[in-house]
Design a protein around this ligand. Structure first.
Ligand code: EPU
Length: 430
């Protein structure tokens, strides 16, 4: 059991450095299975989701060397054609990328369906639709996704996604790279991590064009070679520290970011009254007066990210006036509102809409991290609140935020990590 204890009320002040993007890294690591030769990858966040994926790769025969805390060399030349280890696969949602990776590398895949789900149903029908459009036969058997290419290889094909899906776009790209023919993804997701995965694969010899637009073309190559790659900074981690600066009335320079990726978040914080200044690879957020109300609807990139919904909700809980959040991606992503209400927030949730009446102050108490981003929101609320907040189930936060306690401490926060030895089995979703 991991919990964070926070004595709130101190504005954050100073400089924080953002780590590599989790949602890029969780696609790139499984994609190394396609590569014969060593891939040296820099800026890999040291978070529990990544450690789990490395364990899966290692079980599958990859040779892995950690060259520094954030640089890893992965060589899948001698990877085994075996079922991805089920117990590990079921603990992390991103393990679905092993379907595309195994299909591309071995011509068949057998991967357990990814684990539980926090935000309502999260099907993978679009991933399957893509593999079928490329010529694979896909079946669900006893909780496993089994995909098989024809004997002479995947012909490739054209897939028009019914919903804009990050996971399906990345998985189809991974599966298509070593196909015999060209694959085209229409209505593709455009998130920065889609572009990062394409850049990684291209650096290893793939021929992918159009990533970052809604049509991605993957031309076939016969093999990928090893190489170097550096993962982009994490848009959501950066946004989380920006929201924390705004919520606490702080002055924080968030460095190692790509400001363009932050446009939507920067614009919303400015609308709410924070000063946001962009530099080449940094953003400074300063908040002096009280935050103002605003509305947000979460959308695929370049819209406001669903993964920032709970963090901006904390700013809204403290803003003057009534704000409205509409969740545009998931069926349910407001479970954290009950926790925030325990701290004195006034929030009403109806289906995909939350109405937040700003209050003058939040008050510390014991709350739970319902999931990764909800946990980050509870930390922000605790930093802004008076007295002491305890965030339980903080293992969720450590799935996606590298050294959050250390980073916040360096910004002047009073936060402590407490790990009790009688740990219950850790359940991951994401
Ligand atoms: N969807 C389908 N069918 C599919 C795939 C998706 O109906 O086959 C629906 C989903 O149910 C959802 C929407 O499409 O309503 C978008 O889902 P998407 O596939 O884009 O999400 P994901 O790939 O499962 C990734 C991130 C999430 C992030 C979303 C949206 C990873 C491992 N996860 O999930 O990140 O919320 O994209 O940007 O990359 C997080 O980091 O905290 C997190 C949850």
């Amino acid at each position: 059991m991991i919990k964070y204890m926070i004595r709130g009320g101190t504005p954050l002040n100073g400089t924080v450095t953002i780590s590599g993007a989790k949602n890029a890294a969780v696609g790139i690591l499984p994609a190394t299975l396609l590569v014969k030769g060593p891939c040296r990858i820099e800026n890999i966040p040291d978070i529990s989701d990544i450690r789990l994926l490395l364990e899966i790769l290692s079980e599958m025969g990859a040779s892995i060397r950690r060259l520094s805390p954030n640089t890893i060399e992965i060589d899948c030349t001698h990877a085994r054609d075996a079922v991805a280890p089920t117990e590990l696969v079921r603990r992390i949602r991103a393990s679905y990328y092993f379907i595309g990776a195994q299909l591309g590398r071995f011509g068949h895949a057998r991967v357990a369906l990814p684990g539980g789900c926090n935000f309502g149903p999260r099907p993978i029908d679009q991933h399957i639709k893509g593999f079928e459009a490329m010529g694979a036969e896909v079946q669900l058997q006893n909780g496993y996704v089994c995909a098989t290419a024809p004997e002479d290889g995947l012909p490739g094909g054209r897939v028009n996604l019914d919903v804009v899906s990050v996971g399906a776009t990345m998985n189809i790209m991974i599966g298509a790279v070593l196909a015999k023919g060209t694959t085209i993804i229409e209505n593709a997701a455009k998130e920065p991590h889609i572009v990062d995965l394409a850049n990684f694969l291209n650096a290893m010899g793939a021929k992918i064009s159009g990533a970052g637009t809604d049509v991605i073309k993957i031309r076939s190559v016969s093999a990928l070679h090893g190489g170097f790659y550096s993962i982009i900074p994490d848009q959501i981690e950066a946004g989380t520290y920006m929201a924390a600066a705004a919520a606490t009335g702080g002055d924080v320079l968030v460095q190692n970011v790509i400001p363009k990726h932050m446009d939507c978040i920067s614009a919303k914080l400015r609308e709410m009254g924070a000063q946001v200044t962009e530099y080449d690879d940094a953003i400074r957020v300063v908040r002096t007066g009280r935050l103002r109300r605003a509305n947000v609807k979460t959308l695929p990139y370049p819209g406001f990210p669903t993964d920032m919904q709970s963090q901006i909700a904390v700013c809204m809980a403290l803003a003057k006036g009534t704000s409205i959040i509409t969740e545009g991606i998931y069926d349910t992503r407001f479970r954290y509102c009950a926790e925030l209400s325990r701290m004195g927030a006034h929030i009403q949730v109806d289906n995909k809409v939350a109405v937040i009446d700003g209050v003058d102050a939040l008050h510390g108490c014991a709350v739970k991290a319902c999931d990764l981003r909800a946990g980050a929101a509870m930390v922000i609320a605790g930093l802004a609140a008076d007295e002491v907040t305890t965030v339980e189930d903080a293992h969720f936060i450590e799935r996606g935020y590298e050294n959050m306690v250390e980073k916040l401490t360096s910004l002047g926060a009073h936060i402590r990590r407490i790990e009790s030895p009688d740990a219950p089995s850790v359940q991951r979703v994401g």
